[in-house]
Design a protein around this ligand. Structure first.
Ligand code: FES
Length: 104
């Protein structure tokens, strides 16, 4: 499966997704700028991404811990998610994400 990621400069990257990896792991493995300071423990909000409109209803609902952690994100929008909480599966082939502004 592939993951389409737009970076903060507007460049689009097509990344090879790995089954059962998180979107955060794939993005970091591609050396795109994502702090992901807590390593995927849903405890930092530095893996904040925006989900393309066409994909918003196709992702599993955010768990309460993710919703709570997004309160600490920068420039949070309705389509905000934490990339470490998006588990990749074949159903998400072509998922489009945009890196949110970096937290301070
Ligand atoms: S990596 Fe820390 S919340 Fe996602």
């Amino acid at each position: 499966m592939k993951l389409i990621v737009t970076d903060r400069k507007g460049a689009v990257h097509e990344l090879k997704g790995r089954d059962d990896w998180s979107a955060m792991e794939v993005i970091r493995d591609a050396n795109l700028p994502m702090a992901a300071e807590c390593g995927g423990a849903c405890a930092c909000a530095t893996c904040h991404v925006y989900v393309a409109e066409a994909w918003q209803d196709r992702l599993p609902q955010a768990q309460q811990q993710e919703v709570d952690m997004l309160d600490f994100g920068v420039a949070v929008q309705d389509n905000s998610r934490l990339a470490c909480q998006i588990r990749l599966t074949d159903d998400l082939d072509g998922l489009e994400l945009t890196l949110a502004p970096e937290s301070l």
